[in-house]
Design a protein around this ligand. Sequence first.
Ligand code: ASP
Ligand code: MG
Length: 467
Amino acid sequence: MLVLKFGGTSVGTSESIRRVARITTENLHRSPVVVLSAMNGVTDSLLLSARAAARGEEAESSAALERLRDRHRQAARECVVEPYLEPLLACLDNTLDALGKVFSALALLREASPRSLDLVAAHGERLSCALLVGTLCSQGIAAETLAAEALVKTDDNFGEAMPSMELTSEAAREFLLPVLARGAVPVVPGFAGATIDGVTTTLGRGGSDYTATILGAALGAHEVWIYSDTDGVLTADPKVVPEARPLPHLSYAEARELSFFGAKVIHPRTVLPAMDHQFPVRVRNSFNPSFEGTAITVHGERSGQSVKSIAYTRDISTVTVEGSGRPGGPRVAGRALGVLERLFTDAFLTNASSPEQNLSFVLPTSKAGSVVRGLREEFAEEIRRGEVRHIERQDGLGVFACVGEALGDTSGIGARVFGVLGRLGVSVHGFAQAPSGTSFSFVVDADRLDEAVRALHEEFIGREAAR
Ligand code: ASP
Ligand code: MG
């Protein structure tokens, strides 16, 4: 059994959808389970429309809904023939009409809670799945779509829900195995799931990749192939480093670090189920299907290269808790981390010299406000007594990470990074080494981030001969 997952650009046009159908057909002998993203741009548009509706701007959300209808209906007409076309058009209309009702409700209530946003966002994948099922059936391939809500069971952390592997495995086996046994291709909407009460959740932006490995683990898949629009995982983001090239092998740890620090090609939690169940994840290009892409496995490959790839994230802030430095003052670290946990916020890294006194978290700017508020509440008493001097944020930063299994055992990496940054005159606002030694990460001013990434790519990767 093989899980094939296709991202938004891979299902973004009728031509791409036909290409996805072809890749699926070529792998029929492997009993594929297909997981899809929404057509590219659809999730963004759904979320914008939901927020517009909640502001009472229903004209805007209705117009967006009609644009979605046109786009999906057009793709349907270009990919699907009768007797499948008419029921497909009806199904697209039903889904979009239901969504229209949700928008009206949001406009009435003037609210778009994380829970409502998840309900709205989950519609994009339903639409793309209906299109692919119609396309496959039109080509004589039996295919059926299932509800993500019936398969992926999660907690109720809306917007970033965590799956229960146990309940999901049970449900996935119950509902997917019979479809495979009938000789049909199951087509599953990625990204969405549901609580045990059946309330729709999502796994976080980009979460369809995670759906693929969750189902792979649940079903004991031999491999999971994640198709996007690049030739696998690259040595850097090609938008910043045009000479970036694909990597044939990565270890789970390397892939996890890269996605954690912002490599967009796979969702950060994607490799976790693969690590637990030890199946390879291959990242491939649906627009270049004969290319092998990147194989992500336990050991990856010790290529002799220290830094294999560089990932980055923009819009970063630091939030600092500064104690008074007096002996016997409050112990800051545990309580501060507790605040982050309550806010479901992961820091990219922490800076600390005496962590029980002073600590700063490096996190997305979008989370900085709530973390500052949470910390000021937590330490209100200590602030009043002068035992915590201040809790402050600094915006306008970026973080990048040099990633490679061999980094921890290679001497001089840090010196080379600081050397390059020093020559550029880029100052470092924080750095950390992953305990595994797989990544070295650095915080710099946002406006120097691209230049730093390019220079380090040149230092560690660019000079080595192209493949
Ligand atoms: N469609 C969702 C998103 O845009 C999930 C995904 O594509 O993986 O975030
Ligand atoms: Mg994606």
